[in-house]
Design a protein around this ligand. Sequence first.
Ligand SMILES: Cc1cc2nc3c(=O)[nH]c(=O)nc-3n(C[C@H](O)[C@H](O)[C@H](O)COP(=O)(O)OP(=O)(O)OC[C@H]3O[C@@H](n4cnc5c(N)ncnc54)[C@H](O)[C@@H]3O)c2cc1C
Length: 453
Amino acid sequence: MTGPRTVTVVGGGLAGLTAAIRLADAGCRVTLLESRPRLGGLTHSFRRGDLDVDNGQHVFLRCCTSYRALLERLGTAGLTELQPRLDVPVRSGRKTARLRRNSLPAPLHLGRSLASYGVLSPADRLRAVRGAMALRGVDRDDPRTDDVSFGAWLAEYGQNAATVEALWDLVGVATMNVHAGEASLAVAATVFQLGLLTDAAAGDIGWSAVPLQRLHGDAAATVLAAAGAEVRLRSRVRGLDRDGAGWIVRTDDDAIVCDAVVVATDPVQAEALLPAGALPQPANWSAGLGASPIVNVNVLVDQPVLAERFVAVVGSDVQWVFDRTRQSGLAATRPGAQLLAVSLSAADGVVDLPVAELRARLMPALASVLPTLDAATVLDFFVTREPQATFRPRPGTAALRPANRTALPGLVVAGAYTATGWPATMESAVRSGDAAAAELLSAALDPARVVAA
Ligand SMILES: Cc1cc2nc3c(=O)[nH]c(=O)nc-3n(C[C@H](O)[C@H](O)[C@H](O)COP(=O)(O)OP(=O)(O)OC[C@H]3O[C@@H](n4cnc5c(N)ncnc54)[C@H](O)[C@@H]3O)c2cc1C
């Protein structure tokens, strides 16, 4: 393989970190510029008193093979947990149903679970199975599929409000960060086909057993240093200029001359930095992708109120509730207490609510599915908000998602929003970072600027 000798990576989220590591491993001299004081991008943690708190609960699936490979490279795969078999407790009031797989191959692996899925009536369970079988057959690679609304498709295939809420949105909102009515059928088909309907083991759920900062950003800093890459934090890139066959990357206090650049920022920054004509997308494509918020409501209680690692909730303002006791370090500092994170995706309606209002709205909803909460004392209640957590994967957005390659030699883009087909997830970011690096390593650059790796 051949590639550029010197590469500047702009952005230290999962896409930029993946590209930087891959390029450094291939022998390139890599400089990574990150505007914030830490690596990890949208996956990070902060201290609140004795606690390590993530900016938001993150989960992955067994089918997130590129993300899991990154964790292996970072040496942190062992700091995650992965269910041996998909098992999601689903609460509806005091009732708990389970979405879990058995040992049969897909799609039969979910058959028994759906047949006894107590949050749906028997008729609606059958309806849901029929919908799942139809979704398996959707051609997600046909460009016309992206023009169709998932919600409209579900209605056409006999799904009703109950199945949408208890099945399609239960999974879809958490993965796509929009409701079915707003989602592209192509993205939804990707999520459900890859995660639940093709390979029985694909949908087993994994999560970090440590703060995200330790899992990603801090581990990447160590790996990049060992691979000879230079990481500059608090280094915001202001502009990119052509320099003969190479590039000049301008920050507030430096101008870095290099052979190639990976722009691995959020889409708005990417559009602002890329020279005109670099991408075929229409002007303002990043605004067209939009942004969808995620809110995490953290509740610290003096005694355990949630027995499971997590539960999903239907018919409530609460969506998914995670036990964060271990990751936060609480188990060591205050034994017996429990930290819960209520993860609210597609959070347009709550992202701007004051904490007191969120508390007034969510605590009764939480207590209705966690009966022992009323007997517990709430020691702390705080909220993390990510207004631009993901782009909005609406019908028609596929055309706004750029490929890694640009029209300009030595310039590639990476990020969860690029044309991976996946919604904006960690897997999408890592796939994109991998592909951007591969693009540079295989591109025919000026021979004077090439390393053989
Ligand atoms: C609360 C929350 C919950 C989520 N839950 C899940 C989940 O459960 N599962 C899942 O798979 N995904 C989840 N996601 C999505 C996932 O975190 C993102 O898709 C992924 O981390 C995006 O990575 P990225 O590298 O593409 O972008 P980013 O993480 O946005 O990285 C871009 C980086 O570029 C930097 N930057 C921007 N402009 C400049 C500049 N001019 N100069 C230098 N640096 C710059 C930024 O500071 C940032 O660090 C969640 C996201 C959030 C916010």
